[in-house]
Design a protein around this ligand. Structure first.
Ligand SMILES: Nc1ncnc2c1ncn2[C@@H]1O[C@H](COP(=O)(O)OP(=O)(O)O)[C@@H](O)[C@H]1O
Ligand SMILES: [Mg+2]
Length: 402
């Protein structure tokens, strides 16, 4: 039978699980109920992770629900909650992905059935080493990676969707993509997502500041990327304030290693609020004079308002020799180097129309190659930062303004 872990300080509950499951059950009795996989690992002392976890938190129900989310989302480990406050906690438990609720005094037969049902939902087993390396379970705050440009139609959504998919493919469930092109966002269409919940549902009310509730609203894309799709209606989007956006990104950064943000053109109030929270900025421009001039003005404005960037990443899109300006011209105009050059290619509109980002289907196209290089540099910027070094040729730093 699948191994079942019971976390409980109540011998009656431990006995119930052993009676229901036999020798494949094992128990720990921590004083503080673990609220994440990381804190659970500290108690397991090298024992393998189970297929099913029985959570008996007594008064620490919120910790148990937080652990249930972590186990389910990151490791497909099913949870059974033990509580005598069934009516009170069942909605939150359901949102946290708990499979079943059993009372501490239930008959062994009931526990057995709950465990059998839960075992059919658990995914492939993970080792402790894999568990430790998953950032969804990490306590460190994630990085906000913002894709912006002064003009529309230059490739922001193309870049942000591919960047997010690329990061998620590297580390499943490490990344969330937020469509903050508030009124006319098209991330959902670029990823072929039809979601019951969109930005206004997630940015308003309790969900925006409650990681547990928020995670239950997110759309899980087949690549392992979580998505906050843009609003269906511009009117509903109007109700989303920049403060809502700040709260939402703050909460997401506690749950994900990367929060990738697609933005509307220009420096709207929402975009400025996002830039203030941004760790890594990716600026996109098309290879034409209005686009490049717009980018120069945006860089000047960011400097003028004190959002000084030590260095940033500039992506030049729609590269084509027939366009009449060169990379050198662009670099001279904006006063810095271009980091990535994405060629103009029919593969882009085709992938957008299919709703399958180029990096999702493993394309070897020259466009995909540049997008992969961008994924590498974001990932490496993060690694450099994690080692305590400053961003090398990448990222947003505000202190330079002093
Ligand atoms: N490198 C490219 N080659 C050809 N078409 C592209 C390229 N990049 C983007 N496009 C197309 O340009 C349009 C605008 O791109 P999009 O990413 O939606 O821009 P934005 O989000 O900045 O408005 C889309 O139809 C997209 O398919
Ligand atoms: Mg867009």
């Amino acid at each position: 039978m699948s191994p079942v872990l019971v976390i409980s300080r109540n011998p009656q509950v431990v006995g119930l699980v052993q009676q229901a499951w036999g020798p494949d059950g094992y128990a720990i009795a921590p004083e503080q109920f673990p609220d994440s996989v990381q804190s659970l690992l500290a108690h397991l002392q090298g024992a393998p992770l189970p297929a099913v976890a029985v959570l008996d938190p007594a008064e620490q129900v919120m910790s148990a629900l937080s652990l249930a989310v972590d186990l389910d989302r990151n490791f497909s480990i099913a949870s059974v909650l033990v509580t005598d406050r069934v009516a009170e906690v069942s909605l939150d438990a359901m949102r946290a992905g708990v499979r079943d609720i059993v009372t501490p005094t239930a008959p062994a037969e009931e526990m057995k059935k709950a465990l059998e049902r839960a075992a059919t939902h658990s995914g492939p087993r993970v080792t402790q080493q894999q568990a430790s390396s998953v950032p969804g379970a990490a306590t460190q705050r994630g990085k906000v990676v913002t894709v912006a440009s002064p003009k529309g139609g230059v490739g922001k959504t193309t870049v942000s969707t591919n960047l997010a998919v690329g990061l998620a493919q590297r580390l499943p469930q490490s990344t969330v993509l937020v469509d903050l092109d508030i009124h006319f966002g098209d991330v959902a269409s670029a990823l072929n997502v039809t979601s019951e919940f969109t930005l206004p549902d997630m940015a308003h009310g309790a969900a925006a500041q409650d990681a547990l509730a928020l995670k239950s609203y997110l759309y899980l894309h087949q690549t392992g990327l979580y998505v906050v799709p843009g609003s269906e209606s511009p009117a509903a989007a109007d109700a989303v304030t920049s403060k809502d956006v700040v709260n939402l990104l703050d909460t997401l950064a506690t749950q994900f290693k990367y929060v990738v943000v697609d933005t509307a053109p220009g420096l709207s109030e929402h975009t400025l609020a996002v830039l203030d929270q941004t760790d890594i900025l990716v600026l996109v421009t098309s290879l034409d004079v209005p686009g490049v001039r717009g980018l120069r003005k945006e860089l000047d404005t960011l400097r003028d308002i004190g959002l000084m960037l030590e260095s940033r990443s500039v992506v030049l899109n729609f590269m084509h020799p027939s366009r009449g300006i060169s990379v050198g011209d662009v670099e001279a105009s904006i006063g810095r180097k271009v980091d990535f050059q994405i060629p103009q290619s029919n593969s882009v509109p085709i992938s957008v129309n299919q709703g399958i980002p180029l990096l999702q289907n493993g394309s070897r196209d020259p466009v995909a190659k540049q997008l992969r290089a961008l994924v590498d540099s974001v990932d490496n910027a993060d690694k450099a930062d994690a080692k305590g070094r400053r961003f090398l040729d990448f990222g947003l730093r505000k202190e330079v303004a002093q």
